[in-house]
Write a protein that binds this ligand. Structure first.
Ligand code: SF4
Ligand code: FES
Length: 247
């Protein structure tokens, strides 16, 4: 199988990047897109050229590290999968596949397809934890949690921090990510004592990182591989008002 890759190459944040074309004609449709990049890198090593820098860890849709734009869509042409779960059988023999890093001012390109997503880490550090001193591990059923509450919390907890929501949003808003992390903890009784502080500190950090405002276009929800709902953003906004009144 032949694919004509057009891949963003950029040596450092300070340098300008450009799309470079690579024709690879010994691929198979069973290869994942990351395996195709591995293979291309092997060919580049043999040609004594610089390999393409790209990020991954789990390669099974869990860690959120592999996000890139593929033919203009975050994580490629299919809904609800990550880049590492995309296979070449989604393309035709001879297709051109354009691969670029996330595009957002708060996610500067470090090298080739790798961007700096440490802004997400700082949002997490600002409040996505529970610091109540609870002693030793309590009996699992000591705090009863209604099924619908635990479902809400677990649905929000599914966010893998990939950054597709930011990269897709025309405002580069991190509202979907931040709201998922807030609602995961604020929905549960264990997160209640710090709920007001958490929502104020995490949303303040989100703004300090330079992410844009949410204007509810819904693009983030469409491209999110974990189907995180924008209802989380509405919930976060309501929590901000409550925290300002009662916090
Ligand atoms: S909300 Fe979805 S798109 Fe955004 S970081 Fe989490 S998993 Fe990725
Ligand atoms: S490499 Fe972990 S989600 Fe893709």
């Amino acid at each position: 199988m032949k694919i004509i890759f057009k891949i963003w190459r950029q040596d450092s944040p300070a340098e300008e990047g450009m799309l470079k074309t690579y024709e690879v004609d010994d691929l198979t449709e069973d290869m994942s897109i990351l395996e195709a990049l591995d293979h291309l890198n092997e060919l580049l090593v043999l040609r004594d050229e610089k390999v393409i820098a790209f990020e991954y860890d789990c390669r099974e849709g869990i860690c959120g590290q592999c996000g890139i734009f593929i033919n203009g869509r975050a994580h490629g042409p299919h809904d609800q999968i990550t880049t590492c779960q995309l296979h070449l059988r989604s393309f035709n023999d001879g297709d051109t596949v354009v691969i670029e890093p996330w595009r957002a001012a708060s996610f500067p390109v470090l090298k080739d397809l790798i961007v700096d997503r440490s802004a997400f880490d700082r949002i997490i550090e600002s409040g996505a934890y529970i610091s109540s001193k609870t002693g030793s591990a309590p009996e699992a059923n000591a705090i009863l949690i209604a099924k619908e509450v635990s479902d809400t919390a677990m649905d929000a907890a599914a966010c893998i921090g990939c950054g597709a929501c930011v990269a897709t949003c025309k405002n580069s808003s991190a509202a979907l990510f931040t709201s998922a992390k807030i609602n995961h903890l604020n929905s549960l009784p264990q997160g209640e004592s710090e709920a007001h502080k958490r929502v104020i500190e995490m949303t303040s950090q989100m703004e300090a990182e330079g992410f844009g405002s949410c204007t509810f276009t819904g693009a983030c929800e469409v491209e999110c591989p974990e189907s995180i709902s924008i209802v989380n953003i509405a919930e976060m906004n309501a929590r901000i008002i409550k925290a300002k009144i009662f916090g």
